[in-house]
Design a protein around this ligand. Structure first.
Ligand code: P6P
Length: 344
C-alpha cells in the first residue's frame, strides 16, 4: 500500500520549511483540521438532524442564516479558542471581530479570517458547500490585537485554505510554498495527502458565472461571455458553462480541470458580491500558489487595500490565460467607454 501521509504528519514535516516556525502555525492548522472534521460530520448527516433549513436569523450581510452556518461558525471559533494560537477571528457570520481573549489566546500571534460555510444555501439540496480560511500574523506589538490587524492586504497572508464537503471531503491549503490537497478517510478519521503540489492548468474550457445577471454585467464581461460561446476549434471553443452556486465547488473543479470563475459587479451588487477578507483573498492565495491568476478584472486581488471587514470585490479567478483574456475584454470596454465619454 502506498505510503500514507496524514495532514498532521505533513504539517509537521513542512514546518521545517519555515525556519522561524516554532510550531504555532502547525498547531493552528491542526486546530482548523479538527474543526473541519466535526463540521463534516454534521454536514454529512444534516438531513437526518434538525440542522437543515434556516435558523430564523440573518447575518451582517443580511443573508438568511442556515442552521449549519451557525453550527460551523461556532465549531471553528471554539476550536481556535481552545487551540490558543489565534487571538482574533473575523467571520462572515459575525458583524464584528471575535476577540479570543483567554489568557493564552490574547497573546497569540495569528489572526484567522473565515467563511465557515460558504454556499450554505445549497445545503438543503445536497450540493457541495465549504469552509474558507485565511491566516495572518498580527502586526501590532503592543497590547491586544485590533481590527487593524485583520484589515491586511492579501499579500500578507501566512496561510490560506478551504474545506470542500462534497462527494468526498477535502482540505486544500497553502503556506506560500505550493498547494496540497488532503482527502478525509472516514474509516480512520484522518485527512490524508491525496493531491500533492496541486497546479491549475494554464488554460481550460470551463467558464463559471451566473448568466442570469447578464443584462446587468459590465460590457467587458458580456463580451468575454460571447467570446466563450463562439465556435473556434483552434481555441477549443465554445467553452462549457458550469455554475454550481457554491464558489468553492466551482473553484475546486476549475483547480483540477482548468477554468475561470467570475463574479463581477452587477446592478444589485455594485461592489461585487464576494467578500475580500474571508473569501477572495484566501482563494486568490491558493489559486496563485497553484499557478493561476486572481484579479478584480484589473488589479490583483491580493494587492487590494482592505478598508472594512465585510468589504466586497468583483473577482476573476482561475487559469492564468483565461483570466488574462477576460481582463483584455474588460480593458477594451473601458477604453471604448472613455472614448465615448470624450466624444460625448
Ligand atoms: P449567486 C454563495 O452564497 C456565494 O457566496 C458563493 O459561494 C457563490 O459562488 C455565490 O455566492 C453565488 O451567488 O448570486 O450566483 O447566487
Amino acid at each position: 500500500m502506498a505510503q500514507m501521509t496524514t495532514l498532521g504528519q505533513f504539517i509537521i514535516e513542512k514546518q521545517a520549511d519555515h525556519p522561524y516556525a516554532k510550531g504555532e502555525l502547525s498547531r493552528l492548522l491542526r486546530d482548523i483540521g479538527i474543526a473541519a472534521k466535526v463540521v463534516n460530520r454534521e454536514v454529512n448527516k444534516a438531513g437526518l438532524m434538525d440542522l437543515l433549513g434556516q435558523a430564523g436569523s440573518t447575518n451582517i450581510q443580511g443573508e438568511i442564516q442556515q442552521k449549519l452556518d451557525i453550527y460551523a461558525n461556532e465549531q471553528f471559533i471554539s476550536a481556535l479558542k481552545s487551540g490558543g494560537e489565534c487571538c482574533i477571528v473575523a467571520s462572515e457570520e459575525n458583524e464584528e471581530i471575535v476577540m479570543l481573549d483567554t489568557d493564552v489566546s490574547q497573546d497569540a500571534k495569528y489572526i484567522v479570517a473565515i467563511d465557515p460555510l460558504d454556499g450554505s444555501s445549497n445545503i438543503d439540496v445536497n450540493v457541495s458547500v465549504g469552509t474558507i480560511f485565511s491566516i495572518y500574523r498580527r502586526q501590532s506589538t503592543e497590547g491586544r490585537a485590533t481590527l487593524q490587524d485583520v484589515l491586511q492586504r492579501g499579500v500578507n497572508q501566512v496561510a490560506a485554505g478551504y474545506v470542500i464537503y462534497g462527494t468526498s471531503t477535502m482540505l486544500v491549503y497553502t503556506t506560500g510554498k505550493g498547494v496540497n490537497g488532503f482527502t478525509l478517510d472516514p474509516s480512520i478519521g484522518e485527512f490524508c495527502l491525496s493531491h500533492p503540489q496541486m497546479q491549475i492548468p494554464k488554460t481550460g474550457h470551463i467558464y463559471s458565472i451566473n448568466e442570469g445577471y447578464y443584462v446587468h454585467f459590465p460590457q467587458g464581461v458580456k463580451s468575454y461571455i460571447k467570446y466563450c460561446q463562439v465556435e473556434d476549434d483552434a481555441t477549443n471553443r465554445p467553452y462549457s458553462s458550469r455554475y454550481v452556486g457554491s464558489m468553492i465547488a466551482d473553484l475546486h473543479r476549475n483547480m483540477i480541470k482548468g477554468g475561470i470563475f467570475i463574479y463581477p459587479i452587477t446592478a444589485a451588487t455594485p461592489d461585487g458580491k464576494l467578500r475580500l477578507v474571508y473569501e477572495c483573498n484566501p482563494m486568490s492565495f491558493i489559486i496563485e500558489q497553484a499557478g493561476g491568476r486572481a484579479t478584480d478584472g484589473k488589479t490583483r486581488i491580493m494587492e487590494l487595500d482592505v478598508h472594512s471587514l465585510h468589504q466586497r470585490t468583483p473577482i476573476f479567478i482561475g487559469s492564468e490565460e483565461m483570466v488574462s483574456k477576460a481582463e483584455e475584454f474588460m480593458a477594451e470596454a473601458e477604453a471604448e467607454q472613455v472614448s465615448v465619454d470624450l466624444v460625448g
